[in-house]
Write a protein of this length. Sequence first.
Length: 117
Amino acid sequence: MKDSVDEFTPLAPARLHILLALAGESLHGYGIMQEVLRQTESRYKLGPGTLYDNLQRLMKQKLVEEVAGLPEEENSRRRYYRLTSLGRGVLAAEVARLEGVIKTARTHLKPLQPRRA
C-alpha cells in the first residue's frame, strides 16, 4: 500500500471532485453527482460511468470506503460512500498543492504597472 499521500497527487479532476463531495458527509452515487454540481455551480458534471469507475479506483486505493446506508433506507439498493482517513489526507495534500499553483499563477499574472515618466 502507498504510505505517502503525495504519491496520489496530482488528482484527476473527477477524483478531486468526488473526494470534495464526500468531505462533508457520506453520500450515495446520485448524491455525489448532485453535490459536485452544487459545489461547481453546475460547471462540472459527472456522468454515472465516470463516477462509478472512479469510485472503484478510489476504493481500491483505500481513499473511499463503502458504508451502510441510512436506517430508514434499510432495504434500499443505494450504496453510500465516505472518505477514509487516508482519503482526507490525500484531499488535504491536493488542496495544499493547488493553493501553491494558484499562488504562483497570481504572482505571474499580476497586472503590469504603468511606468511613471
